[in-house]
Design a binder for this molecule. Structure first.
Ligand code: ADA
Length: 559
């Protein structure tokens, strides 16, 4: 990090757009001035004076290259670089990427020299008005290479992408396997699915192939998160994954998983940690899910950007359904074609990354964006893109309520499969009357998820039910909300805001001190607030009411 270059600045209060940093070839920094920083990590967590740093930073390291097979290829895979990155090898620019939370690859083949090579990645997390998200967010603007960076050594021809999924409408029998190779060649790949399909050919023409198999796999569901090991081979390359098979659909105001009604008992969650910042490790992800399960959840909203891919893989394994989204958050520059490209690219990268994850059932294309013409066309295009890239999942967005009529009046609703609604009755809106009116006024004809509600509470702070920032007030808001929501049959799920308190510069009251305090659990991830037990009891009652009264279920429960 070069403080003379970008300045240790906090742009939150700046009205002018932050000037673009210099995207030049690496400068001749004095080698003695470099500091060792681990990757993955957020630079904000490294040194107190970097806490609020926004701007450019250079990462550099030497790669000792030993040439392997003559036709071997080397690809740099970056899990995430917040927000923008440029990659240089031996001073030569090789590639750039925008978007803080999706992965990208840069091919190094042909540029690597035998012996030492200097890899440099410039990362810049300055907030700008044309980005996705824009400058204003209610979460902390972490910077850096905060997810894994890997060097992949691949054969000349490799498997770039593959998908394994149930064919919708095939009665849960047919499984489609599609393969895309690195280059447009012809040949034959093989696919094997443990316990289901012995190694079988997938003919490839011009680098692509698709075959359907009649397999009738055991289905994936939160109660029975069955995964199958899948292996694909082509020539010298092979890839493996664990894949679940399930069908998600809507019918009128209902959501169907494997053709059965489901109610989504969820909670929203950010990636944030006292020690790790936005970096997640496996232990943190598993704790998140253990807490969600202790609440009785079968669903999470991964707010407000693509989370670590391991979070999605572990949800597959432990049986949690997910809403994954891109950070089209609040007001962004909806009229700007570059901004659309950025959003569309993040969506496409997220879908490509998680296409084989059974847990992901919903793509979220936006959050709380005011209903203007520019926003409508921007979001309608994104919704159409999500459907085109992935017909096996549903599209949603967290919409706002019409505050005059207290109705679902967002024009975007026509373009969604499931309507998400954020509302803070009992908190930003002191009374619950608006919520009652909203539920009485609306006949959306589609399923609705209450994608946010909640109230800030400082863990341990007690008072009366109307004393703001107390646990008692948060508890009262939850009790009232849950009682009212139970009266609306089209509310097919909820993801209250939020599982843990999270860092944000935005919240600077004496109670919040830089944290959004709407967590059901404090930022230590241990201290549960009173509302936790209220939601857990509600979800338990919902689950009991839904459970089919078969002897099998009873046995499973008593175990
Ligand atoms: C909005 C936003 C969330 C959250 C919430 C709050 O609804 O979607 O990101 O910050 O506000 O706590 O006020």
């Amino acid at each position: 990090i070069d403080p003379h270059d970008e300045g240790l600045r906090q742009t939150w209060y700046a009205d002018e757009p932050v000037p673009a940093s210099e995207w030049t070839v690496p400068r001749d920094y004095d080698d003695g001035a470099w500091q060792t920083a681990p990757v993955p990590a957020c630079w904000n967590m490294r040194r107190p004076e970097w806490r609020h740093y926004e701007g450019g930073a250079w990462y550099t390291r030497t790669l000792d290259h030993t040439p392997g097979e003559a036709d071997e290829r080397t690809v740099l895979h970056v899990g995430a670089a917040a927000y923008e990155a440029r990659v240089f090898l031996n001073g030569q620019f090789l590639g750039a990427h925008r978007g803080a939370s999706t992965p990208f690859c840069v091919e190094l083949t042909g540029h690597l020299r035998p012996g030492p090579n200097r890899l440099q990645i410039q990362v810049d997390n300055a907030r700008r008005t044309d980005r996705v998200p824009m400058r204003h967010t209610d979460w902390f603007n972490y910077g850096g290479l905060y997810r894994s960076v890997a060097l992949l050594r691949l054969p000349a021809l490799f498997i770039r992408d593959f998908g394994v999924a149930l064919v919708p409408g095939s009665g849960f029998r047919r499984v489609a396997v599609d393969v895309t190779l690195s280059d447009p060649v012809d040949g034959t790949a093989t696919v094997a699915i443990d316990g289901l399909l012995p190694p079988s050919p997938v003919p490839i023409t011009a680098g692509r192939g698709r075959v359907e198999f009649d397999l009738a796999p055991e289905l994936w569901s939160p109660d029975s998160p069955r995964l199958y090991g899948v292996t694909l081979r082509f020539g010298a390359d092979s890839v493996a994954d664990r894949v679940g098979f399930r069908e998600i659909a809507v019918a009128g105001e209902r959501i169907l998983l494997n053709r059965r009604d489901i109610t989504l008992r969820g909670v929203s969650v950010h990636e944030d940690d006292l020690l790790l910042g936005k970096t997640s490790d496996e232990a943190d992800i598993r704790r998140r899910y253990a807490d969600a399960k202790a609440l009785g959840c079968n669903f999470l909203r991964l707010a407000h950007y693509p989370h670590d891919p391991r979070a999605v893989a572990i949800a597959d394994e432990v049986g949690l359904m997910l809403w994954s989204e891109i950070p089209v958050y609040w007001a962004i520059d909806f009229a700007n074609p570059d901004t659309y490209e950025d959003a569309a690219n993040q969506l496409a990268e997220l879908i490509a990354r998680d296409r084989n994850r059974a847990s992901t059932i919903l793509w979220g294309v936006g959050n709380e964006n005011a209903d203007t013409d520019a926003r409508l066309s921007f979001m309608a295009r994104l919704a159409a893109l999500a459907r085109q890239l992935d017909p096996t999942r549903l599209v949603t967005a967290a919409c706002l309520i019409d505050r005059e009529r207290f109705a679902i009046a967002d024009r975007l609703a026509d373009h969604l499969d499931v309507i998400g609604l954020n509302e803070y009755f009992g908190w930003y809106e002191p009374s619950f009357d608006g919520l009652r009116r909203l539920l009485a006024n609306s006949a959306p004809g589609k399923p609705v998820i209450i994608s946010e509600f909640g109230a800030d509470a400082v863990a341990g702070l007690r008072g009366g039910p109307r004393d703001l920032f107390t646990e008692d007030c948060q508890e009262a808001v939850y009790r009232e909300q849950l009682a009212i929501l139970a009266t609306a049959p089209y509310v097919r799920g909820m993801t209250p805001w939020v599982l843990y308190d999270f860092r944000t510069e935005r919240r600077q009251t004496a109670f919040q001190r830089g944290w959004n305090r709407k967590g059901l659990i404090a930022e230590d991830k241990t201290t549960r607030k009173r509302a936790f037990a209220v939601l857990a009891a509600h979800y338990r009652a919902m689950a009991d009411a839904e459970a089919p009264p078969s002897p099998h279920t009873q046995t499973a429960k008593s175990r």
